[in-house]
Design a protein around this ligand. Structure first.
Ligand code: MN
Length: 229
């Protein structure tokens, strides 16, 4: 286990746990996502730094945080990232921001400049759900991207659909040529995990490894896997 992706959940007193599919679109629409995004960034960095204070010599964990297009385009992302790193004390190289292709396409020159300044802090950049949007190969470099997160729609049927297999192989090979890391999303079986290893995809995530976990359970999970290795 090299790290975790931060996922937000909303526990309410009267309605129990509200699923993110219900509140994230409303937060996006109202703009509240900018404040939620800042809170998530700070909490994710703080939590990861806490986990890393108790790793008994094992390599420190990284954390990936999803960034909303509004957070990026409102001009607050750089300030929010600096604040989260400062409050938490997390080394910038352990933070990876996940952006979608559609968030990058709009006002590209502005995004390139913003991401360049954040990148200069030492933070890593990933494209989330890679392969489903308008991928511009020419931009991969200019957007300062480190990691391609291969969308689960290509990973799910990797062993039964030859076209999906070809797409995943092509993404991994292209990424390697460009010096980028690859991570497969939505891995739900040992067979698919093994196949991804054979084509030298660098990292993977999904239910095969763990379902989304509360922070305290993740701490225990990340340690169990250390012992197994
Ligand atoms: Mn993500």
């Amino acid at each position: 286990v090299i790290g975790a992706e931060a996922l937000v959940r909303w526990q309410t007193a009267d309605r129990g746990r509200v699923p993110p599919v219900e509140f994230i679109p409303i937060a996006e629409e109202t703009g509240l996502i900018v404040e939620i995004g800042e809170w998530v960034l700070i909490e994710a960095c703080r939590q990861t730094q806490l986990w890393n204070s108790d790793r008994e010599g094992a390599p420190p964990l990284r954390v990936a945080v999803n960034v909303s297009p509004r957070q990026l385009h409102r001009g607050l992302l750089e300030t929010q990232v600096r604040k989260a790193l400062e409050i938490s004390g997390l080394p910038p190289a352990l933070l990876e921001l996940e952006l979608t292709e559609s968030a990058l396409i709009e006002d590209a020159e502005y995004v390139i400049a913003t991401l360049g300044r954040i990148k200069a802090l030492g933070v890593r950049m990933a494209i989330d759900d890679f392969g489903t949007g308008y991928s511009s190969f020419a931009y991969l470099r200019r957007f300062h991207i480190d990691t391609l997160k291969i969308d689960q729609s290509f990973v799910r049927d990797l062993l039964i659909d030859r076209e999906d297999e070809a797409i995943v192989c092509a993404i991994v090979q292209m990424a390697r040529s460009l010096g980028l890391s690859t991570l497969a999303e939505g891995v739900e079986s040992a067979e698919i995990s093994h196949a991804l290893g054979m084509i030298e995809c660098d990292f993977a995530q999904g239910y095969h490894f763990a379902r989304p976990l509360p922070a305290n359970e993740f701490a225990a999970f990340s340690k169990t896997s250390l012992q197994k290795v």
